[in-house]
Design a protein around this ligand. Sequence first.
Ligand code: CTP
Length: 133
Amino acid sequence: MSNRTVITFGTFDVFHVGHVRVLQRAAALGDRLVVGVSADALNVAKKGRPPVFNQDERLEIISALKVVDEVFVEESLELKRDYIIEHGADVLVMGDDWAGKFDWVGDVCEVVYLPRTPSVSTTGLIEHIASLG
Ligand code: CTP
């Protein structure tokens, strides 16, 4: 029986139910879940704003989840293939907001895009909280 390692990536800022569900569904696809948490600088590059919680805090939150076996800081989107090889991942899981964007790593592992949980996002939460004044 082979031990299947799943890897996924994200910012996971202002942790919410969409985050926990994608991590639970990713974990269910294998025996071990590794999570690359986007560096603060990568979040600025990707989303045009710094995260609310810094990378050390986000790593601490994600590593406390029982479905997560290992965490590391993702410094660059271009290093995906290197991270996959380094962590011995058999499957890359991404939310379907990234559908098709990481098919280029398909030579080193399987790539699965999972549907997002509707009606919740970090951006939406930040806007909602700001509107409370
Ligand atoms: N995710 C999800 N369902 C949601 C929100 C996020 O499945 N409603 C997934 C994403 O597809 C990704 C992971 O959670 O695989 C981390 O997403 P992230 O970009 O950190 O969260 P968002 O809420 O999408 O953040 P933002 O609004 O800043 O884009």
